[in-house]
Design a protein around this ligand. Structure first.
Ligand SMILES: NC(=O)c1ccc[n+]([C@@H]2O[C@H](COP(=O)([O-])OP(=O)(O)OC[C@H]3O[C@@H](n4cnc5c(N)ncnc54)[C@H](O)[C@@H]3O)[C@@H](O)[C@H]2O)c1
Length: 255
């Protein structure tokens, strides 16, 4: 991208950026000239992603973050402001894929339910409350949340948590628009990431996505999803607000 692009000299926080789609977001945005905060509960892996971006000539800072804890989200936003002076973009990407294999809703332990909802869903609110006032100081910004086509399925806590992300996206988009902040969400289909690999083999991912209705059975790689999220952050998407965009190879997943 050229030096006039909307990402040059801007600042982004990406949650869950130590691997998978989060790391892809960080790499794409850094290559476009944005200073990126690689925020993750796994600080060792976050440091490695940030170091690789810096070695490539980009600007990255790793911050240890637990998105399920409001105080950690506030600290991350403040550290970002101290380190880079402003916040223009937020990608709420962190999530617990392992929750797709949690116990059925009628039997799930309440502690597990609350922990998963905190990380997968409430985190969107915690991070937005922490970051939006800082975005406002420089005239606004853009936020992308990470839903899933699972939001339209009946696969238990994972579905419930992602349906919550959709509802937060619609509501927060309306409230934040007058402050110059847009919010959208992407709803990926099946993506071959480090988080998915312990759950199913690539062959099983392909069978799963075909079973869900993806006509080709093609499993996405992380960047195929993240680059769409980056488009939603960009000025080219300035009139897109409050949308949930499936990025799923044509899977029709609707209740
Ligand atoms: N992979 C898929 O097929 C798929 C499909 C639809 C939606 N999604 C969603 O996309 C997002 C990213 O998925 P992925 O496949 O790249 O996952 P991943 O498991 O590869 O990476 C998730 C990252 O989030 C971090 N994380 C977990 N809990 C955290 C916490 N409390 N605080 C901060 N960081 C935390 C992990 O350390 C990890 O680095 C998730 O929200 C997931 O639910 C994934």
């Amino acid at each position: 991208m050229n030096s006039n692009n909307c990402f040059n000299d801007k600042v982004a926080i990406i949650t869950g950026a130590a691997q998978g789609m989060g790391a892809a977001y960080a790499q794409i945005l850094a290559a476009a000239g944005t200073a990126v905060v690689v925020a993750d509960i796994n600080s060792e892996k976050a440091e490695a992603v940030a170091a690789a971006i810096n070695a490539d000539g980009g600007k990255a800072l790793a911050i240890k973050l637990d998105v399920g804890a409001p105080e950690s989200c506030n600290a991350c936003a403040q550290q970002t402001k101290e380190g880079f002076g402003r916040i223009d973009y937020l990608v709420n990407n962190a999530g617990l894929l392992s929750s797709a294999t949690a116990a059925p809703l009628n039997e799930i332990a309440i502690d597990d339910y609350q922990r998963i909802m905190n990380v997968n869903t409430n985190s969107v609110l915690f991070m937005t409350q922490a970051v939006a006032p800082i975005m406002e100081e420089t005239g606004g910004g853009a936020i992308v949340n990470t839903s899933s086509i699972g939001a339209w399925q009946t696969t238990g806590i994972y579905s419930v948590s992602k349906a919550g992300v959709n509802a937060l996206t619609l509501n927060l988009a309306h409230i934040l628009a007058p402050k110059g902040i847009r919010m959208n969400a992407i709803a990926p289909g099946t993506v071959n990431t480090e988080g998915m690999q312990p759950i199913m083999s690539v062959e099983q991912m392909s069978q799963w996505t075909a079973m869900l209705g993806n006509p080709t059975g093609e499993v996405a790689e992380a960047a195929m999803i993240s680059r769409v999220g980056v488009f939603l952050l960009s000025d080219q998407a300035s009139y897109i607000n409050g949308q949930i965009l499936p990025v799923d190879g044509g899977t029709i997943a609707r209740l």
